[in-house]
Design a protein around this ligand. Structure first.
Ligand code: FAD
Ligand code: UDP
Length: 389
């Protein structure tokens, strides 16, 4: 490393990788990416489990889906996608139901053979207690969407386990994205395209930054002044920086901490080919302490030849409030958090040579396609002008 880079990117997640790829392709600059972790890919990183051949998503199951044509074309430059279609099942009161709530779920739950119109009329009647209101919290939103019986069976306890906050204090937006269907369509996502990267997430990410002008330093913390690419040194040298770490951490938590939820994963191994028969099993009831279980082998039926047939690996997910040292996963986003983030955003806008991005840098829950889209836009609007200066 004889020459200083033109751009330093803090974080090798999808936001940082997309910025790096664009900077090299569009402006031919030299980019140095640092990440405190020992791998690239941020939260979308995965690895192969030697015992079963399963591709384990280290920070929780990641399914790619998008309706954004620009993003779909962009990601397909670096990887092909399998024809995987995401489907989720839920165990409630000793029975397995299809999700998201659809006519199959409704008919099984009520032991009925309703037509779409009949099911709709029933749900409307059961949601009637909140008719004409505009629900602002998750409890009221849930009931008005599917009626109280289905809400109590499939949403109430799951949400309590996931958020440990009373549903009447959670924003309605959390479940607005869960569809309810009065037909038997149980595709989890409504997007135009979905799939899993054919050769795994890591191969995709490596391809994005496969260029001699991009250097990556892992195990390197932006705030560690014993390494040369630290905050203080870079700001003093006037090097442009794209920062995708937590925005409150950048400012030393000077206004307070933004609140996050984290997930603990408990790994369980079974000496059988297939434990659940599907990749994701949600547990709707309070007596099972975890929210859902992920059986990674079942994401990749196309890899049957490379995966074990007498062992399988499952991760159970336990959700809780995050401390400063935990991995921040889901922004809690109370009104207080939102106000605090607005203040940090003002501070961030005053940093002349730093662009803040990604889910940690902007305190938001974004799916991968949203993060890529934002990085493509941020590159053109913010990063390129900074580099051209
Ligand atoms: P990150 O991936 O978090 O990358 C930020 C990087 O910055 C990290 O690698 C971190 O180590 C690094 N960093 C932070 N601080 C420092 C520092 N001081 N110095 C150096 N490096 C630092 N999206 C989907 O589309 N589909 C899904 O199914 C899906 N499932 C998800 C499940 C879970 C449990 C979670 C949490 C997220 C899921 N997502 C999913 C969202 C997806 O993970 C994000 O959209 C994506 O990872 C965001 O990329 P990013 O670059 O913004 O952040
Ligand atoms: N949810 C639920 N029951 C389920 C699945 C989801 O109540 O079986 C609610 C829950 O509040 C959750 C929200 O819907 O936080 C969003 O679910 P999704 O599966 O999109 O969550 P994620 O994959 O982001 O954890």
């Amino acid at each position: 490393k004889t020459e200083a880079p033109d751009l330093v990117i803090v974080g090798a997640g999808l936001f940082g990788l997309t910025i790096a790829q664009q900077a090299v392709e569009k402006l031919g600059v030299r980019v140095h990416i640092i990440d405190v972790r020992d791998h690239i890919g941020g939260n979308a990183y995965s690895y192969i489990d030697p015992a079963t051949g399963a591709e384990i998503h280290k920070y929780g199951a990641h399914l790619f889906h998008t309706s954004n044509e620009r993003v779909w074309e962009y990601v397909n430059r670096f990887t092909d996608f399998t024809d995987y279609v995401h489907r989720v099942y839920a165990t409630h009161d000793g029975e397995v139901y299809p999700l998201p709530i659809n006519l199959g779920t409704i008919n099984q739950f009520f032991h009925a053979h309703y037509t779409p119109a009949e099911a709709k009329a029933l749900v409307e009647e059961q949601a009637g207690e909140l008719a004409g209101t505009d629900p602002t919290n998750l409890n009221d939103q849930g009931i008005s969407l599917i009626g109280r019986p289905l809400y109590e069976a499939f949403i109430k306890n799951y949400t309590a386990k996931q958020w440990q906050t009373d549903a009447s204090e959670l924003p309605a937006s959390i479940i607005k994205r869960l569809p309810v269907r009065f037909n038997y369509d149980n595709r989890y996502f409504k997007d135009t395209w979905e799939g899993l990267p054919e050769d795994g997430y890591t191969a995709w990410f490596e391809k994005m930054i496969d260029d001699p002008r991009i250097t990556v330093s892992l195990g390197t913390d932006f705030f560690d002044e014993s390494q040369p690419l630290n905050k203080k040194a870079l700001l003093e040298a006037g090097v442009p920086v794209v920062y995708t770490g937590p925005v409150d951490r950048y400012f030393d938590y000077q206004l307070g901490e933004l609140k996050w939820r984290t997930v603990d994963f408990k790994e369980v191994r079974y000496d059988e080919d297939d434990h659940f028969g599907c990749p994701v099993m949600n547990f709707s009831d309070a007596d099972v302490p975890y929210t859902r279980a992920i059986e990674f082998k079942n994401f990749r039926p196309d890899r049957a030849d490379e995966q074990s047939h007498d062992s399988t690996v499952v991760w159970e997910e336990y959700s809780r409030f995050a401390d400063r040292d935990d991995e921040p996963y889901y922004p809690i986003n109370t009104d207080e958090d939102k106000a605090l983030y607005a203040e940090y955003k003002r501070l961030a806008a005053e940093e002349p040579q730093v662009v803040f991005g990604g889910r940690l840098g902007t305190y938001a829950y974004y799916d991968m396609d949203k993060v890529i889209n934002q990085a493509l836009i941020a590159f053109d609007k913010q990063v390129a002008p900074l580099l051209e200066r």
